[in-house]
Design a binder for this molecule. Structure first.
Ligand code: SF4
Ligand code: SF4
Length: 87
């Protein structure tokens, strides 16, 4: 069981916002995909501190990030170090 931040791409891509990527304390953890026009989380880097949830919900007012159990992710996840995308 592993608890991580998860970005809703449909919400994020409609906001033209990069704010969360500037506040995550882990390097190369939450990044922005120009292809998807959305932030995404590398699951092997996320420490579940929930700072990005606070930034997206309370500061940016976008509500695009939720904490989820990794096995509950419906749209796959990314291992940043290996570059492997699992869907
Ligand atoms: S703060 Fe929210 S809306 Fe902005 S880039 Fe991050 S996930 Fe997307
Ligand atoms: S929960 Fe913390 S470590 Fe994980 S992506 Fe958000 S800010 Fe980064």
């Amino acid at each position: 069981m592993y608890y991580i931040a998860h970005v809703d791409k449909d919400i994020c891509s409609s906001k033209n916002c990069h704010l969360c990527t500037q506040y995550c304390p882990e390097s190369n953890c939450i990044n922005y995909s120009e292809e998807d026009k959305s932030a995404y989380v590398s699951v092997d880097r996320c420490k579940a501190c929930e700072i990005c949830v606070y930034i997206c919900s309370d500061i940016a007012k976008n509500d695009a990030i939720q904490m989820k159990w990794i096995e509950d992710l419906s749209d796959g996840f990314v291992f940043k170090k290996s570059g492997l995308v699992i869907r």
